[in-house]
Design a protein around this ligand. Structure first.
Ligand SMILES: [Mg+2]
Length: 336
């Protein structure tokens, strides 16, 4: 089967938007609390569509990232800064501190190196998918653009590592056929290699936790989330009251690890995967968005149920943006 990359581009962007939309009402709630609302999440969605009326900052920033790549014909920091400043007029929905504080500074003319916050939050990973798509055939361009795009708002090494890992994971998954599957070992090799040999303590720690995840993939979802919900988080950022519970921390390492974990555990279908991601607990919308980018890139648009597409605000605009990004990619990398 020949992989249809346009279908994968659109699937990936919609995956972000669907996961974000479904997870939004559950942001800041324990997984156990979320599951007390329903017996069947799919049924709950169909009966309560009005609760799932919008996506949040994750999708907004992803769309602005796609716009920046399209306008700049690839990574160009000026276009990125301009698009992120434009986001302030959307206006932002449920933004994280690292993003909003640094982008406000950019708006008032502070240079990006001074504007970037030292946050290790997941704000740069949640917006990375368009970079992964555009540079899916150019590993060097992918890594350097993922890194630079992250540094604009977050100077902390966990944030850039997460962005590179998820970008590399998407690039790996995009040419895999979901009817055939892929090698989990190879998947881990690729994402671990993407941040190896850095001499950075936090990147090395990230690799250790990825290896720990790999050896714990047989754990049930609930126990795995309890184990990894606050992975890598240091004092004083622990959320003491949620230690030992499934409540995904917004620190990049914890969010990325839990998103990959759920994605790999629920790889049976796009729908099963996204429903599980969006109900992770804690930063549910971002786990939905990040895991959704992986599921969307792997399964592609053709395997996303129409009812989930319809649920997403501005879905036609997202599909169109996916097509424009694909056309730019095709022209630059496939010489078509
Ligand atoms: Mg959000």
């Amino acid at each position: 089967m020949k992989i249809n990359l346009l279908d994968k581009f659109q699937g990936c962007l919609l995956g972000v938007a669907i996961g974000d939309t479904l997870g939004h009402p559950f942001e800041g709630k324990l997984r156990s609390q979320i599951y007390s609302y329903f017996d069947d999440f799919n049924d709950f969605i169909q009966k309560n569509k009005s609760i799932f009326s919008t996506y949040t900052d994750d999708t907004q920033l992803t769309l602005h990232t796609a716009e920046a790549l399209i306008k700049g014909n690839g990574f160009n920091i000026e276009y990125f800064i301009r698009e992120y400043i434009n986001w302030l007029d959307d206006p932002p929905i449920g933004p994280g501190y690292g993003c909003i504080s640094s982008i406000r500074k950019l708006k008032y003319g502070v240079r990006w190196k001074q504007a970037a916050s030292n946050s290790g939050g997941n704000g740069t990973t949640m917006r990375i998918s368009p970079i992964a798509l555009f540079y899916c055939k150019d590993p060097k361009g992918l890594k350097s653009s993922a890194l630079k795009s992250s540094l604009i708002t977050h100077s902390h090494p966990a944030a850039s590592a997460g962005a590179i890992i998820i970008a590399s994971a998407i690039a790996y998954l995009i040419d895999k056929n979901p009817e055939v599957g892929f090698s989990i070992n190879k998947f881990f090799d690729v994402i671990i290699a993407s941040i190896s040999n850095s001499q950075d303590e936090v990147w090395e720690e990230f690799i250790k936790i990825l290896n720990k995840l790999k050896s714990n993939l047989n754990m049930p979802i609930e126990s795995g989330l309890i184990k990894f919900s606050q992975a890598g988080v240091k004092s004083p950022y622990f959320i003491e009251q949620y230690l030992g519970q499934a409540f995904v921390h917004p620190y990049t390492i914890s969010t990325v690890i839990c998103s990959i974990f759920i994605f790999l555990k629920r790889i049976t279908s796009f729908k099963e995967c996204i429903l599980e991601l969006a109900t992770a607990g804690g930063d549910s919308d971002t786990v939905g968005a990040i895991g959704g980018s992986l599921a969307g890139a792997y399964f592609g648009l053709q395997n996303i149920p129409p009812d989930l597409i319809k649920l997403v605000k501005k879905n036609k605009q997202i599909l169109k943006l996916g097509e424009e990004l694909y056309n730019k990619f095709k022209f630059k990398f496939l010489n078509e």
